[in-house]
Each structure stands twice: as C-alpha cells, then as structure tokens.
Ligand binder design. Structure first.
Ligand code: ATP
Length: 418
C-alpha cells in the first residue's frame, strides 16, 4: 500500500488540487485499488500563501506496482498544475509507510506557519519519494495531508465540470438545489444561505469545481446529488475531510494568544461594539482575571451575525472562536455564557395608574399627569436584553471551511444561523 499526498497545484486563474487528485485516482485505479475515502485536508486558515481555503489531498492505493504509480501520479501533476501561477508551488509525496511524526506535522500545519525546509528534512530523514516545483512549498501541505488523522470528520461531495465548460457560467437549476437542501438538511449544510436567499455551494471562478455538498454521511450527499439538476458533472468524488470540525481551534487565554493561530477565548466584553469603516464591527474582550484584552471583529461579510454582536453589552461573559490576525480575533462563532444586567435611571412608574411619571420641574421630582401622585427622583430599571445565552454563528456565506457549524453541535443552547 502507498499513500500519496499532493498540494499547491492551482492558482486563482484555474485548476484545483482536488480535481487533479480526482483524475490521478482514476488513472491509478488501473494499477491497484484506492483504499478508503480520499482525504480533503484543510490546514491553517491564516497561511498567507493559500489560493482559497488552504486545502491539500491525500489518499491510499493498494498496489504492487508502486514505481509505475509514482510515474502516473507525477504525469497527472505535470498535466494538471498551473505552473504559470505566481503562487503555485506544487508538491507530491509518496510513502509506503507513513512516518508517525507526520501526525504531529499535520497538527502543527493546522496551527503554525511552517517552513519548507522542515518538510524537506522529514522527506530526507525517512527517504520518502517526492517531487516538487518552484519554491516547493506544496510539500508542506502534501506531507501534512498524509499525516492527517481525524478524530472528528465530515464529508464533501465535489462535482467537477467537463473541461470544455471551464470558464463559462455554471448551469445549475437553483430550485433543485433548494429542494436538495430541504431533503437533506441538517445532515447536509451550507448548500444554501436562507437569510440571504442564495445558493452558495458553487464557486464563481474558472476552476473545475461545479459544486460541493457538505454533510455528515456519504449516503445523504448522494441523495442530495440525485436531486440537483445541472450541467452533467464530468465526475464526482466524496472526500472525508476535517472541514466543519473546529480542529483548528485551540483552547487559549487572552494574554497568551499567538498571531496566525485560531482560538476559543473566554472573556468579558469590555466596551460597546463599534462599527468602523465599511460595516466592520469591533469590540475589546478582556480576560476575566484582568490581565489582558484582545480586539474581536465581526467583519462586513458576516452580514446578519453582526446584529448578534451588536446586541452584546459591556460586562457580558462570552467565548469567541476564530483566527487571530493582526492582533484581532475574527469571530467565526461565539457562546454567550452570561449576560450582564443592563440598568438605566428612569422616571418612576405611578403605582396607581401604571404609567411613567413626568418631571414636575427642576429639582421638584416627578408627578403623575393623571392622578397627581408625586415621587422624589429617578429609579433604576432593568433594561431588556435582545439576545439570550447560547451559541451563535456567522451565516453559511461567511463560514470558514474548518469551522464547526452549529447544526453539528446539538449539546447546549444553539442558535444555528437558520
Ligand atoms: P485550493 O483551496 O484551491 O486548493 P489552497 O487555498 O489550498 O488552494 P494552495 O494552493 O494549496 O492553497 O496553497 C497553500 C500553500 O501553503 C501550499 O503550498 C501549502 O503547502 C502551504 N501551507 C499549508 N499549510 C501551511 C502551514 N501551516 N505553514 C506553511 N505553509 C503551509
């Protein structure tokens, strides 16, 4: 048995590493049998070299012709990589046995920004067969994907377009997509965005992906696929994936956060959320022990989620989940743990008429206009809160690949975005 890892073959202009892997697997089927589901592995979402979602692929092939398999894999990579892309640095690795060290390498690739040299050292140490091009960065993702062991996982069915259609508008009957969603949600998710009345499972770029259906169980993905009317897919592949699992999230403390990592942080809202620039919402979150604070952001693309954030008040205890970039945590979801009591000074209510009294003139207290009852001064009242404790998330159109959707979190009070 051999395991093949591949990454960094596409560019913004076209192609897709998952498509290359799909073609590679088809060609390799003549030399053996693909074992289990191929893996679509998302890595650190903060890595700046990524084209889109920082994905890499690994799969295993049961074969007694490993040398031929390497040649077939390499030929497919040469044919289906966009070498002209300024940021395309393909890497291909084949191993007969996966070194145990790779599972740690995978964990680190989710969390840190690694050096190409580290990948090369591992390849040399274990004498792994590899091919790499340009600055060879793709070796990082290829190795990490091979080492990926999932404690939690989901599936994504990717449908690919016929090459003659690449670059043209995708023909997808949207009504059938809504039907597929209705039939399979919550076993599938992020196919459509209800709040924005939008089908969101298809890219708009020139790449070979027609659409992707995400879900918990391959059978449900197939049944969603059968419902969808579209141009004929050239092929479909179901990947097992770490998407939708929160595997990138570290338990952290506010004073200790490190740039370009993702965390769950507990703290106290320190100031009223404030809108800055093009609709981006920011507020500071202070650690409960008062030893640090971090800026948290709900950016404009998180759309209606910002209303939830806007409902926060200084003193609320919350936990935020997201990636820290430029000393700011980009919120993917939050749990409101405890709401503070908001109080205000208001004119008293008349005990007989149950109406709010009016000022009786400067320094003269308050008086009921109807019955004349008098009161000395203002009273403190509890203001209603427009949000309840529980989990809230960004809408599907703003979801990060690795972020666990609330439909997968049935314990506790959850308010999924639909
Ligand atoms: P697509 O989603 O279309 O496949 P992408 O977003 O996956 O594109 P890539 O083209 O794969 O982007 O580019 C990501 C690059 O970053 C790859 O070279 C990969 O090896 C590298 N990389 C991934 N994780 C890390 C990491 N933690 N540290 C450093 N480099 C990384």
């Amino acid at each position: 048995m051999i395991t093949i890892g591949v990454d960094d073959t596409d560019s913004e202009e076209g192609l897709c590493t998952t498509y290359l892997a799909a073609v590679m697997m088809e060609r390799l089927a003549g030399l053996g049998e693909i074992r289990g589901s191929p893996r679509l592995v998302r890595l650190n979402p903060c890595v700046q070299f990524k084209t889109r979602g920082n994905a890499a692929i690994a799969f295993s092939l049961d074969t007694d012709r490993p040398e031929e398999a390497k040649e077939v894999a390499l030929n497919a990579l040469m044919e289906l990589s966009d070498f002209s892309g300024p940021n395309t640095n393909p890497g291909l690795v084949v191993a007969e046995e996966i070194p145990a060290e790779l599972s740690r390498f995978y964990r680190r690739a989710l969390d840190e920004v690694l050096e190409i040299q580290e990948a090369e050292e591992i390849i040399n140490r274990y004498g792994l067969w590899s091919r790499s091009f340009k600055n060879r960065r793709g070796l990082i993702g290829a190795l990490a994907a091979m080492g990926a062991e999932f404690e939690d996982w989901t599936y994504e069915l990717l449908a690919y377009r016929e090459p003659r259609r690449w670059g043209t508008d995708r023909e997808i009957d949207e009504e059938s997509v809504w039907r597929a969603d209705e039939l399979t949600y919550p076993g599938t998710w992020d196919t459509v965005d209800h709040h924005h009345r939008k089908v969101i499972f298809a890219p708009h770029s020139k790449d070979p992906v027609l659409f992707g259906i995400r879900g918990q169980d391959p059978d449900l993905l197939r049944s969603a696929l059968r419902t969808i009317r579209s141009e004929p897919p050239e092929r479909t592949v179901i990947y097992r994936t770490n998407q939708g699992t929160d595997v990138h999230i570290n338990e952290g403390e506010i004073p200790d956060v490190i740039e370009n990592r993702s965390y769950r942080l507990r703290g106290i809202v320190a100031k009223e959320p404030e809108t800055i620039g093009g609709g981006h919402l920011f507020f500071p979150l202070a650690s409960e022990d008062g030893k640090g604070s971090i800026s948290c952001a709900a950016f404009e693309p998180t759309k209606n989620f910002r209303e939830r954030v806007r409902a926060l008040a200084p003193g609320d205890v919350i936990e935020v989940y997201g990636a820290v970039k430029k000393r700011t945590l980009n919120i993917e979801k939050m749990e409101i743990v405890r709401l503070t009591e908001r109080r205000a000074q208001k004119a008293p209510i008349c005990p007989s008429c149950h109406r709010r009294m009016k000022s009786a003139g400067q320094g003269q207290g308050y008086r009921c206009r109807r019955c004349g009852t008098k009161a000395d001064g203002k009273v403190e009242v509890l203001l209603p809160r427009e949000i309840k404790p529980g989990f809230y998330e960004v809408p599907p159109c703003a979801r990060r690949h690795l972020s666990k959707p609330l439909v997968r979190m049935r314990n506790g009070k959850v308010y999924p975005s639909r």
